[in-house]
Design a binder for this molecule. Structure first.
Ligand SMILES: *[C@@H]1O[C@H](CO)[C@@H](O)[C@H](O)[C@H]1NC(C)=O
Ligand SMILES: *[C@@H]1O[C@H](CO)[C@@H](O)[C@H](O)[C@H]1NC(C)=O
Ligand SMILES: *[C@@H]1O[C@H](CO)[C@@H](O)[C@H](O)[C@H]1NC(C)=O
Ligand SMILES: *[C@@H]1O[C@H](CO)[C@@H](O)[C@H](O)[C@H]1NC(C)=O
Ligand SMILES: *[C@@H]1O[C@H](CO)[C@@H](O)[C@H](O)[C@H]1NC(C)=O
Ligand SMILES: *[C@@H]1O[C@H](CO)[C@@H](O)[C@H](O)[C@H]1NC(C)=O
Ligand SMILES: *[C@@H]1O[C@H](CO)[C@@H](O)[C@H](O)[C@H]1NC(C)=O
Ligand SMILES: *[C@@H]1O[C@H](CO)[C@@H](O)[C@H](O)[C@H]1NC(C)=O
Ligand SMILES: *[C@@H]1O[C@H](CO)[C@@H](O)[C@H](O)[C@H]1NC(C)=O
Ligand SMILES: *[C@@H]1O[C@H](CO)[C@@H](O)[C@H](O)[C@H]1NC(C)=O
Length: 829
């Protein structure tokens, strides 16, 4: 059979099918009831029968009517009467053809005798599915549409009033749905794949929208559906332009039962008239309930192209691309204006909004870039409890928690945190005034340091008070992190470490995060991972990158950190186009990171050794404040060592303490060595290992020590710093770095000493010209050293008590700079 004959066959088939479908669908089961009404009511050519209690299993319910004229919709007459159920009541409809059926419910509360229907509260179930749970229709008319596959000879619909309440119903439909409407499979949005099992799903129509066209009533829809207009959902109405055409039901896969011509014959396209740049999306925003999966059906029909190959576009759900460079004619055997639809299943999330976007292809250029959408349906899928309402559970912390409950609790916890924080600040201030350093037990729990991460920690806290205040961060559902990182988009990778890749991410509330996804490990690895998190969560400091939370679903091991806007120190030194840092900025970054490391070494009973100190692990925030990242991960467990060290040794070559190398014994002084290398790196602004250089220059530590021994380190300084460093500041800095690189750990200073020396270096740089300091007075330095120890002891003890470490840090910062400025002045005299 040739191509021509094939086309002819398709043409014949399609003509045949369009003839068949143009006759419209005749439902085998078609129960329409105007509840409480003594007469038949015709709405949109459909007859809703008078309510004769025929299908009710129980009798004696109350028929209610109202004289209120209800005129807002064509269905208004259905709302004029109702049936009131005082106890649990079931309808039972004989089903002549099993399969999917619509269940449509109409509600409008009014006062009838002693029954104020606005106070009614009840649940509705069908088969084994919960359609409505503790439902309270209070504000005007409510229309609900469900569809489910009836697999028995009767459909039983049950109304159950809440205690001391009653139920009511104004009208009801139970109608057969053509088998072709919902098929078993769909594509999944994220991760992209395929979904099977839609036939068994109960669905609730949440949104059904006709893009770029008028409202389509049940009258104009073969399946009695209503399609609303899209204007209210458009994020930016000016970006969209409505077009009208004629749908030609050939070979698109869609029939007029899938959607009527009035849906496929209109569309929203890109409004390029108002735009000089044709590269934008048209986006619609829909409210949805959190915690449910959704079936999203896109309706397309290319009524805009004059010929083939004029329209290639992308389709997005939230931030995920679901169709790329979509050419509709590929799916319609080259027919233009042929209706076509696509189904996607969106996994459950904690989000209450759904974004749908279309935008032009970015890879295929056409004369007029464009994108279209003709119609959209959003259908809620029953959850694992068989429910479509209220009982929305999302799994957090292993146990199931009701979404509403979480929101409430989180709000409560947040309020408590806030008031405790305020109380703390007040008391803290008072405490500082009275110099009382002894009250230790009044702060009930940690107020983790670190400004903007705070809200996200609290907002996503686990569902109970106790766990929300525990030291562990938030346990993220995996889907939330998939969403935050655009499904671990490779182009969102901001770093790769021994533990795994680091992705940039954006949480639902807009908080930027760094998401570190570990290479999957064994069960044992997971247990250690949890211990690790517990350990890490205890370390909160202004100069340590905060852990916001983690995910340990399945074999995933993911850590979520605060996002540092300005990236790594390394990037600011070389290899990028970032502006060169001033000497003062460099010193402040060194001081900040020294504080972070000092805290790691002394902040708890057992010192934490970073093991991977390097400029790539020192991050800077939007104010160029330094924070140490990646600490602790290597601390426990042989499993971690395997993954970590194998790559870490390689990655950190050039920073490695030679003594550690020789003796395989790790101490805090190994970090000091590495930090010394960082100091030289900061001074010279070159990689610590640069194989492209002559042999003696390859290793920065060796090269710098060579010049430092000669007392001529300035020979190899970053040219950007030339003439900008005061000689005494330079000398102090060079000495400090040199001491860090001492061959034996015992000869190296502690991080506290290093910190002190760097603070001093900065003061020397800042000192007035006439207050030229002479820093050879070791005596004074000794005295100061003990003062600093005092201060840093205070810092340590306070932080271990879990007080707000940022406050503490401020105290020490202030005191130290005071001390130094006094010193510098004293020396100047
Ligand atoms: C309502 O319509 C049905 C079928 O069309 C008919 O059998 C019935 O008698 C009508 N009832 C009333 C009250 O008009
Ligand atoms: C309601 O539908 C009927 C068809 O059953 C139509 O004649 C009538 O004009 C509609 N009324 C309104 C207010 O749209
Ligand atoms: C309600 O129905 C009863 C019986 O059919 C009728 O007598 C009464 O007038 C109706 N009331 C209203 C407010 O329509
Ligand atoms: C209804 O469910 C049964 C059993 O799962 C399945 O065989 C049948 O195809 C379904 N029918 C429809 C129309 O979904
Ligand atoms: C019915 O109950 C609602 C909600 O409790 C209340 O606002 C309204 O005033 C009541 N209506 C009458 C007529 O009592
Ligand atoms: C009804 O409206 C009131 C005020 O507009 C709102 O507070 C309440 O939540 C609404 N109830 C429902 C069930 O939508
Ligand atoms: C609805 O159908 C009627 C005829 O049945 C037609 O005249 C009208 O234009 C249709 N409306 C829309 C919005 O398609
Ligand atoms: C262009 O945008 C303006 C407002 O930004 C709007 O008033 C106007 O209607 C738009 N023009 C078109 C053709 O959509
Ligand atoms: C369209 O939206 C998607 C998903 O949010 C986004 O990734 C893409 O950058 C947007 N395109 C344009 C041109 O804004
Ligand atoms: C919906 O309910 C069916 C039948 O109880 C069940 O098989 C299915 O897994 C449920 N859907 C989801 C998404 O849990």
């Amino acid at each position: 059979m040739g191509v021509g004959e094939l086309k002819l066959l398709f043409w014949t088939l399609s003509m045949l099918s369009s003839v068949l479908f143009s006759m419209g669908f005749v439902p085998k089961d078609n129960y329409l009831i105007d509840c409480g009404s003594p007469i038949n009511t015709t709405v949109s050519n459909r007859v809703f029968l008078a309510d004769n209690s025929q299908y009710l299993k129980t009798q004696g319910d109350i028929l209610a009517n109202t004289s209120n004229s209800i005129t807002s919709t064509n269905a208004s007459r259905l709302y004029q009467t109702a049936r009131i159920f005082e106890g649990t009541t079931s309808y039972s409809f004989p089903i002549s053809l099993q399969g999917r059926h619509w269940i449509r419910l109409y509600f409008l509360p009014f006062q009838y005798q002693n029954y104020n229907m606005s106070t009614a509260m009840f649940s509705v179930t069908a088969q084994n599915f919960v359609l409505l749970s503790t439902f309270q229709p209070q504000n005007g008319s409510v229309f609900k549409e469900y569809s489910l596959n009836v697999t028995s000879d009767n459909l039983v619909l049950t109304f159950t009033p809440a205690v001391n309440s009653f139920a009511f119903l104004n009208a009801l439909e139970v109608v057969s749905v053509p088998d072709t409407l919902i098929t078993d499979g769909a594509q999944t949005v994220n991760p992209s794949g395929s979904f099977q099992g839609l036939l068994g799903e109960a669905l609730e129509t949440v949104w059904r929208v006709n893009m770029g066209g008028p409202m389509v009533s049940a009258l104009n829809d073969t399946l009695g559906r209503t399609w609303v207009t899209d204007g209210n959902f458009l994020l930016n109405q000016n970006l969209a332009h409505a077009v009208t055409g004629t749908a030609n039901y050939v070979n698109g896969g869609a029939t007029s039962d899938i959607a009527p011509p009035s849906v496929y014959g209109t569309a929203e396209e890109m409004n390029s008239v108002n735009s000089t740049n044709p590269n934008f999306n048209v986006t619609w925003k829909f409210n949805v309930d959190a915690g449910f999966q959704y079936l999203i059906r896109f309706h397309f029909c290319d009524i805009v192209s004059k010929s083939l190959n004029m329209l290639y576009f992308n389709v997005f759900v939230n931030s995920w691309v679901v169709a790329q460079d979509l050419d509709l004619s590929d799916n319609t055997f080259g027919n233009l204006a042929a209706p076509y639809y696509m189904d996607f299943v969106l996994g459950s999330s904690i989000s209450t909004v759904l974004y749908v976007s279309v935008g032009p292809s970015t890879t295929i250029t056409t004369v007029t870039p464009n994108a279209i959408l003709n119609g959209l349906e959003v259908m809620k899928m029953n959850n694992s409890e068989g429910s479509l309402d209220g009982e929305a559970y999302i799994s957090l912390n292993g146990s199931k928690t009701k979404v509403g409950l979480i929101v409430g609790l989180v709000a409560g916890v947040f309020a408590v945190l806030l008031s405790v924080a305020i109380l703390f600040l007040i008391l803290h201030r008072r405490r500082r005034l009275t110099h009382d350093h002894h009250s230790k037990s009044w702060v009930p729990f940690s107020l983790n340091g670190g400004g903007n991460t705070h809200s996200s920690v609290s907002k996503f806290s686990k569902g109970t008070i106790t766990s929300a205040t525990s030291e562990l961060g938030f346990r993220f559902p995996f889907v939330a992190l998939q969403e935050a990182t655009n499904n671990f988009d490779e182009s969102w990778v901001v770093g790769v470490g021994g533990f795994g890749k680091v992705y940039k991410g954006v949480l639902k509330d807009g908080t930027k995060v760094a998401v570190k996804r570990g290479n999957p490990l064994s069960q044992q690895g997971l247990a250690e991972f949890r211990t690790e998190i517990e350990l890490l969560s205890q370390f909160r400091h202004r100069h340590l990158v905060s852990l916001i939370g983690y995910c340990d679903e399945g074999k995933e091991m993911i850590l979520v950190y605060e996002y540092m806007e300005n990236g790594t120190l390394k990037n600011h030194l070389y290899g990028s186009n970032l502006p060169s840092l001033s000497w003062k900025q460099r010193l402040e970054i060194c001081i900040g990171s020294a504080k972070g490391l000092h805290y790691l070494h002394t902040g708890s009973a057992k010192a934490i050794i970073h093991r991977d100190v390097k400029s790539a692990n020192i991050l800077v925030d939007e104010n160029l404040m330094a924070k140490v990242a990646d600490f602790g991960l290597s601390k426990t467990g042989p499993d971690f060592d395997k993954t970590h060290v194998s790559t870490a040794v390689k990655g950190s070559f050039g920073y490695l303490d030679p003594e550690y190398f020789r003796r395989q014994q790790l101490t805090e002084k190994s970090d000091v060595y590495s930090f010394g290398v960082v100091l030289f790196e900061v001074f010279c602004a070159r990689p610590v290992i640069d194989p492209s250089l002559p042999r003696e220059m390859v290793n920065l530590a060796e090269w710098a020590m060579h010049w430092q021994k000669k007392g001529q380190l300035e020979q190899i300084m970053d040219p950007n710093l030339a003439g900008k460093i005061r000689p005494d500041s330079l000398r102090k800095f060079a000495e400090t770095a040199e001491k860090c690189l001492a061959e034996y750990g015992v000869d190296r200073p502690t991080m506290g000493d290093v910190l002190w020396n760097l603070e001093y270096t900065l003061q020397l740089q800042e000192a007035d010209a006439q207050n030229e300091a002479d820093d050879n007075s070791t005596n004074q330095i000794g005295e100061l050293s003990s003062m600093v120890n005092l201060i840093s002891n205070e810092e340590t003890s306070l932080t271990v008590e879990h007080l707000d470490s940022s406050q503490v840090d401020d105290i020490s910062g202030v005191s130290m700079s005071k001390v130094f400025s006094q010193l510098v002045k004293a020396e100047g005299r």
